[in-house]
Design a protein around this ligand. Sequence first.
Ligand code: R5P
Length: 301
Amino acid sequence: MKRPVLVSLFTPEDQLSQLQMLGPYDRVEVNYHMFPDEETYLQIQGDISKDIKGREVIIFDSLNQPNSKFLQLVFLAETLMECGAKRVGLVCPYLAYMRQDKRFKSGEGVTSTYFAKLISSSFDWLMTVDPHLHRLASLDEIYSIPSCVINAGPSIATWVREHVSKPLLIGPDAESEQWVSNIAKLSNVPYIILEKIRRGDQDVSIKFPDFSPYFDHTPVVIDDIISTASTMIKTVTHLNMQQMKKPICIGVHGIFAKDAYLSLLKSGVANVITCNTISHKTNNINLLPTLSEAILKMLTA
Ligand code: R5P
């Protein structure tokens, strides 16, 4: 098989060169810009018949801030197919639009389903890291293309083992149990799942149990997504009021909307750590080796 081709519009160069070294991949550049009216221009660089025709192409771009990226990625996939690519897969370490998977109030759009339909009609396969599967058992329920899900749990467990003494893992809500229980099992440490009620984007309340048996532990709050950080901040504030040690916060996907990161830092955390599914200064858990291994395995299967 010829080396797969790596293409990206939004991923930072350091991540792409790291991926390339983990390969073998060939890189193809895209000349990409916005016209003054914000329409997109793109042109695949290089020798199309040699670099793209008949080749497996991987578009590697995370889907945080999806509305400002989606159309460009679809245009890129279409262009690559027209250039003769064998298949065009999307590797998006963070997959957006997974939370509105149900109509809670009359008239609401079930955007998870609509987004899945759009992605499925534009790409041949999909790979992502820990999508927010809550009421859905798997991506196959809404995506009609083959998909592969990478679990960040083992890498997070390794980080916790190497950096935290006597950890107590804390999941802030029922959805987090799937990740937190797995990480606790892998690291052989205790965990507690809290009960969260969300009333609005930044309006969450959480029920806390008695933490006194764990006063000598280091609390490690783990969630799949840190968006406004309201969930983390509520949890951290409570733990600090209980005179627990300063908590460490770990997010698989650090979106950090607006000033979320600063607010979280100010709430009294010991440290904020994320996986590098979305580029951010808190990225301390590198999932590129796991992603690359999965990509190569999938393409040679
Ligand atoms: C929600 O169900 C997720 O698991 C996270 O708890 C949530 O997305 C965190 O959002 P925020 O940082 O805005 O509280």
